[in-house]
Ligand binder design. Structure first.
Ligand code: 13P
Ligand code: ZN
Ligand code: NA
Length: 283
């Protein structure tokens, strides 16, 4: 069944686990994520960036959202990841998305605030919850590239003001994660996360979770993290399984065959991530 992120994230937030949010780029990955969630009997968030929507086409996305709603045996939310304009948010809501992120984190504080307010007003009128970000998460996500050096952490006082004034439903702080894999193990700022968590009463979102060690992800669940975003690791296992398949079967031309191991690899990693997020370490 299709649900909004509001209900599944509130439950996770109150019970100190997190819902996995997986970047999906095509039909195979969408189906593999759902299969993984069904194996775990867990709610799941499928998310697409504006770049993916452009690639797939919003009408196909709408049809896949409807198909997922009709057939999935677990609660599924379809979320716009790093929405970069009011327009794309409206497009997604019209296509049946049940959750959106508006990312104005590159804007000056007041402009970010105004953009998010405007999106929240429109989205809430359609009963769609909104995620927003303050501070800058480093790394590369689609067309969005942030130098590690220009990434900066979220200020807890500004975060409090931001969440109060915008009335967003979930908040993505910058506390040391980055999009993509890491050259060195990331240093997560748990004290900062804790002080943000203590000022804000809404579920927090960890971006850039690919490459973050399981203990660090699980530790963050003690500080209000209720949604954890994975994209790069799914892309990596999908592509690696395809490369391996074609090395072993260089003349295979049937997509119904060569996508199978790649889809299974995605399903497996989704199962692994969900079980990690459901069994937080109490430390
Ligand atoms: P990773 O690619 O590091 O998993 O980050 C995903 C993400 O934050 C999507 O918004
Ligand atoms: Zn992200
Ligand atoms: Na990452």
């Amino acid at each position: 069944a299709l649900v909004s992120t509001k209900e599944i994230l509130q439950d996770a937030y109150q019970n100190h686990y997190a819902v996995g949010a997986f970047g999906a780029h095509n039909l195979e990955i969408i189906k593999a994520v759902i299969a993984g969630a069904e194996k775990m009997d867990a709610p799941v968030i499928l998310q697409t960036t504006p770049g993916t929507i452009k690639y797939v086409g919003i009408h196909y996305m709408k049809a896949m959202v409807e198909a997922a709603a009709e057939t999935a045996k677990v609660p599924i939310a379809i979320h716009l990841d790093h929405g970069d304009s009011f327009d794309i948010v409206m497009k997604c809501i019209r296509a049946g998305y049940t959750s959106v992120m508006i990312d104005g984190s590159h804007l000056p504080f007041n402009e970010n605030l105004q953009l998010v307010k405007k999106v929240v007003e429109a989205a809430h009128a359609a009963n769609v919850p909104v995620e927003a970000e303050l501070g800058t998460i480093g790394g590369v996500e689609d067309d969005l590239e942030v130098e590690e050096s220009s990434a900066f952490y979220t200020d807890p006082e500004l975060a409090e003001q931001f969440v109060l004034e915008t009335q967003i439903d979930s908040f993505a702080p910058a506390f040391g994660t980055a999009h993509g894999m890491y050259k060195q193990e990331p240093k997560l700022q748990f004290d900062l996360l804790n002080s943000i968590h203590s000022r804000i009463d809404c579920p927090l979102v960890m971006h850039g979770a690919s490459g973050v060690p399981a203990e660090s992800v699980q530790h963050a669940l003690n500080y209000g993290i209720a949604k954890v975003n994975f994209s790069t690791e799914l892309k990596d296992v999908f592509a690696e399984a395809l490369r391996l398949y074609f090395r072993e079967n260089p003349s295979q031309n049937d997509p119904r065959k060569y996508f199978v191991p790649a889809s299974n690899a995605v399903k497996e990693i989704v199962v692994e991530k969900i079980s990690m997020l459901q069994s937080p370490l109490k430390v």
